[in-house]
Design a protein around this ligand. Structure first.
Ligand code: SF4
Length: 117
């Protein structure tokens, strides 16, 4: 049996922020909140730029559009009201990113289309 003890500061609702070490999407009407709230999206984008060098790709083959975090499933496209494929929801950094951009935590294997992942 594995017993896990978590110590967290008072007033921090840890389960809301983190679940088993994986950042959880804050949802609004079944959509990630960043797809519904422009301010949240902008803040998360700001963090992506400041901490993960989000922007024009260094390597043109390592772009958001083929990153494993780039979600363009039909459900997410409905949330974003954009089915162009040029915009996706970044599951790692929690904002709507451009298929042509990239960041320092790019990982191959995407996009997520909801068809085979
Ligand atoms: S993690 Fe992937 S999808 Fe998200 S911003 Fe970085 S390269 Fe783009």
């Amino acid at each position: 049996m594995k017993i896990e003890i978590k110590i967290s500061p008072e007033n921090l609702n840890l389960p809301k922020e983190i679940q088993d070490g994986i950042p959880v999407d804050q949802m609004q009407d079944a959509c990630p909140i960043a797809t519904q709230d422009a301010e949240v999206n902008e803040e998360n984008k700001r963090v992506a730029i400041a901490e993960h060098q989000y922007g024009a790709p260094v390597n043109p083959e390592e772009v958001c559009g083929v990153c494993s975090s780039f979600n363009i499933s039909p459900e997410i496209q409905d949330c974003m009201q954009d089915d162009s494929g040029e915009v996706g929801y970044c599951q790692s950094l929690k904002f709507m990113c451009s298929a042509a951009n990239s960041c320092s935590i790019f990982a191959p294997g995407g996009p997520m289309t909801g068809m085979d992942d």
